[in-house]
Ligand binder design. Structure first.
Ligand SMILES: Cc1cc2nc3c(=O)[nH]c(=O)nc-3n(C[C@H](O)[C@H](O)[C@H](O)COP(=O)(O)OP(=O)(O)OC[C@H]3O[C@@H](n4cnc5c(N)ncnc54)[C@H](O)[C@@H]3O)c2cc1C
Length: 351
């Protein structure tokens, strides 16, 4: 039986594992943490449909448990390529062999404390969108002084479009995450005032515009085009921000009970060794390179090695799941050595 080792048990790895197993392959899913689910374990209500993350995870968990060999708390120490495929050595000295490897190791969150001028990690009432998801999961929100925040500001693009630290790209998930979270806050604290400060609004997906309109028309959330130039804590422990309103050509000062930084996503730092062992190249922005992301989804520069989900760039759940399903066909083609692929595609695609 042909076998596949999948590294990373977030939703990309879970979905691909379940599908490949149902196609009759022997699948081992290797997850570094003690639970499957990846970042979804941290999220509360998902855009665009505003359904619960726990519900999505529950469905994926049920599917993956059927026939997939799941290894938790497992770390790949080294990988060797041989004539038959790959030999992976894990942290407990266990060895796994596979005919193909699928990378689904996801992304890292931008560390907001790197941008000191916004005060994350310095001022008590400056938090990130990831912290806010935890707060939603806990079910109540308080400032560091124990009060219900009534005036809350969101700053878009924290750590994205940021050449200084080599994150020049748009993380594309943060704007809609902000809209989704602002609605969540309004539902939690109906008499709160919420302000979104943005330079670019990237609301590219289906139903995103609807959510954006709902935020403005139903919840009276205010969107202000402007760049945050300064944030500092004043004597009442509120956060004073100075915004350059680039459309009106004026600056604005505002006192907030809480400031939320919409943090971007960046390439996973913990997989350099694996990529090196597998001879997989990265793109210029540091995400894993696909040889052709339109015509050969998930194929990396190394024969027999595939990559899906956010390990190859910012992606929504919908995109990640679609890609996970698409790659199963690429992997099946590779393992069955289908002649049709050679005819339809340039020879170099069939590696
Ligand atoms: C704040 C925020 C909110 C979001 N909300 C939404 C939303 O509402 N709707 C939506 O569509 N999208 C949302 N997203 C995007 C969503 O989180 C991603 O689409 C999704 O997590 C991608 O899944 P993944 O499997 O590619 O990566 P991940 O979720 O990062 O999973 C990767 C997995 O690989 C494991 N791993 C990593 N390295 C190794 C290794 N070396 N060995 C073994 N295991 C390893 C990790 O432990 C993890 O379990 C949000 C993103 C952010 C930042």
């Amino acid at each position: 039986m042909k076998s596949i080792a999948i590294i990373g048990g977030g939703l990309a790895g879970m979905e691909a594992a379940a599908r490949l197993s149902r196609m009759g392959f022997s699948v081992t899913l290797i997850e570094g943490k003690d639970k499957l689910g990846g970042k979804l374990l941290q999220w509360h209500t998902l855009f665009p449909a505003r359904r619960s993350a726990a519900e999505v995870l529950d469905i994926l968990n049920k599917q993956v448990k059927l026939g997939v060999n799941i290894l938790l708390n497992a770390r790949v120490e080294s990988i060797e390529k041989n004539d038959d495929g790959f030999a992976l050595v894990l942290n407990n000295n266990r060895m796994i062999t596979a005919h193909a490897v699928l990378l689904a190791t996801g992304f890292d969150i931008f560390d907001a404390s790197k941008k000191k001028e916004y005060g994350y990690g310095i001022y008590d009432n400056v938090i990130t969108s990831v912290d806010l998801e935890r707060i939603f999961n806990e079910g109540s929100i308080r400032t560091a002084q124990g009060k219900t925040p009534k005036k809350i500001g969101f700053i878009h693009c924290e750590g994205s479009h940021y050449e200084k630290i080599q994150n020049p790209y748009c993380s594309k998930l943060c704007c809609i995450t902000g809209v989704n979270q602002a609605i969540g806050l309004k539902e939690m604290i109906p008499d709160s005032e919420i302000y979104m400060f943005y330079m670019n609004l990237c609301l590219f997906g289906r139903h995103y515009e609807k959510l954006y309109k709902e935020a403005q028309e139903k919840h009276h959330i205010q969107f202000i085009h402007g760049r945050l130039s300064e944030a500092f804590e004043n004597s009442h422990n509120t956060v004073m921000i100075k915004i350059e309103n680039t459309l009106m050509g004026e600056s604005l000062k505002m006192n907030l009970d809480m400031l939320v930084l919409l943090v971007g996503i960046q390439p996973s730092q913990g997989i350099a060794r694996i990529l090196n062992d597998l001879d997989v190249e990265n793109d210029a922005d540091g995400f894993v390179k696909q040889i052709d992301n339109q015509l050969a989804p998930g194929k990396t520069t190394a024969p027999g090695v595939f990559a899906i989900g956010t390990v190859t760039g910012p992606k929504t759940i919908e995109e990640t799941i679609s890609e996970a399903r698409a790659v199963t066909i690429e992997i099946a083609d590779y393992l069955h050595n289908k002649v049709a692929s050679r005819i339809l595609m340039n020879e170099s695609y069939f590696i």
